[in-house]
Design a protein around this ligand. Structure first.
Ligand SMILES: [Fe+2]
Ligand SMILES: [Fe+2]
Length: 204
């Protein structure tokens, strides 16, 4: 399956589950829907974090959209964890609402900024291969309970592991650095001229 189509399909499935959650009438229904959302989000995170985002970094380089997406995954996982702990207690519905809003924001950015770039950059065959790998990993994740991978991922986030690392250069940081390096190149040029003059003077 094409990687882009797979991700969009999973986004729509989670969106439909959040809508069902809003309409649910009983605590049992809300809990069952939330558990389905949680396991789908953790499995979706696994295929993006382990397969899709590394492929993005290889194809597009470390750009701001990719790094922002990775950082948002950590926040989404934290929201899943909090809602799971609060199941059917007073703040549960609000925590799920916040989770739904975060996921919606993240999906919009992913679909408008990251996915179109990958669709342009990779061939159909590459997208198919990537999608098959992701689907296989998704099915494996869905066959297991989500709590343990969720905790492991959160521990990585808290430890500041690679998925939260900052890009080497961003648009915001290159401008001052370039200005500095231009100054230092100018300084180096002046120094070289002084040395050359000094050298000529020494030869005379
Ligand atoms: Fe996604
Ligand atoms: Fe994502």
């Amino acid at each position: 399956m094409n990687a882009i189509e797979l991700l969009k399909k999973q986004h729509r499935e989670v969106d439909a589950l959040f809508k069902r959650f809003e309409k649910a009438k009983t605590d049992d229904q809300r809990e069952a829907i939330f558990l389905e959302v949680a396991s789908r989000l953790v499995a979706h995170d696994a295929i993006e974090r382990e397969i899709f985002y590394p492929a993005c970094e290889r194809a597009l380089g470390e750009n701001e959209e990719v790094m922002e997406g990775i950082a948002e995954h950590g926040l989404i996982e934290f929201s899943v964890f909090r809602a799971d702990k609060a199941k059917n207690k007073a703040p549960f519905e609000y925590l799920v609402k916040v989770l739904a809003e975060m996921v919606q924001h993240h999906v919009e950015e992913e679909e408008h900024e990251v996915l179109p770039k990958m669709e342009k950059k990779l061939s159909d065959a590459q997208l198919e291969r990537l999608g098959s790998k992701m689907l296989e990993r998704f099915e494996l994740a869905m066959s297991k309970d989500f709590h343990s991978p969720l905790r492991d991922n959160l521990m990585q986030v808290l430890a500041g592991r690679s998925k939260t690392r900052a890009p080497k250069r961003t648009a915001r940081t290159t401008a001052p650095r370039r200005a500095k390096s231009t100054r230092s190149r100018a300084g180096a040029g002046a120094q070289a001229k002084r040395s050359a003059r000094g050298g000529r003077a020494a030869r005379h």
